[in-house]
Design a binder for this molecule. Structure first.
Ligand code: SAM
Length: 224
């Protein structure tokens, strides 16, 4: 059973992101220039078919998707989603935008060809659950595309990240030392492309969900 964010925690997160929505584009543009480079283009260029963007935020990836995909975006924050809606309108794009929880996606199993998640596995309370949900909603052979900031390679930078987390986690559930790659591998994905830059802080990866025949089979049903 997917473990959704508890109602209290969800409300706190929603308040945080609703409050920060107005300034988000300006703030993240700074980090895009300094850290993430062409990460959004790298991710979006590989998307195809039915695409689900998890925690779509203000829709900063929208300009980078190729023509011909059908995009659904979910986010926990109504204010972030409203900005994504305006952004899509400005670009003349049709996007199905929904309020939702990355830890308990309200979409059927195996319903997307591509799942995209950028700069958000650092902000979702239970990233393990979120990656499991991404795996569930992808069709066998479908693609998972991630971009995020993660634990740095050098130990001294990780120590600084640890210190920063004393503030960023209580404030806005912002984790700096996660390694989504490990969750993706644990879900049985085949890693196709994996790049780390900026002292290992920036990670982007493309992974394929194995075809049905090679997926781990559920164990025998428990007896009465
Ligand atoms: C740092 S912003 C990233 C937004 C966007 N993906 C981007 O690349 O700019 C993190 C986003 O994650 C969303 N978020 C956090 N926890 C979530 C959850 N459990 N389910 C859905 N969205 C969530 C927030 O509302 C916020 O929009």
């Amino acid at each position: 059973m997917p473990q959704q964010v508890s109602e209290r925690r969800a409300q706190r997160l929603r308040r945080y992101w609703d409050k920060h929505a107005r300034n988000y584009d300006k703030q993240i543009a700074f980090w895009e220039r300094r850290l993430f480079g062409d990460g959004r283009q790298w991710v979006c260029a590989q998307a195809e078919g039915e695409v689900l963007e998890v925690a779509i935020g203000t829709g900063r990836n929208l300009p980078h998707y190729p023509a011909g995909i059908r995009l659904t975006g979910i986010d926990l924050s109504p204010a972030m989603l409203e900005l994504a809606r305006r952004h899509a309108q400005q670009l003349g794009l049709e996007v199905d935008l929904r309020l939702g929880d990355a830890q308990a996606l309200e979409v059927p199993d195996a319903s997307f060809d591509t799942v995209v998640c950028t700069l958000s596995l650092c902000a979702i309370p239970d990233q393990r659950q979120a990656v499991a949900e991404m795996a569930r909603v992808l069709r066998p052979g479908g693609r998972l595309l991630l971009l995020d900031h993660v634990a740095a390679a050098p130990r001294w930078v990780r120590a600084i990240q640890w210190l920063l987390e004393r503030v960023t986690i209580p404030l806005g559930e912002e984790h700096l030392r996660r390694r989504p790659l490990h969750q993706v591998q644990a879900e049985g994905f085949e890693i196709q492309r994996h790049e780390r830059t900026k002292l290992g802080i920036v990670e982007r990866l493309a992974a394929r969900k194995p075809p049905a025949a090679t997926l781990p089979q559920p164990g025998p049903a428990a007896g009465p």
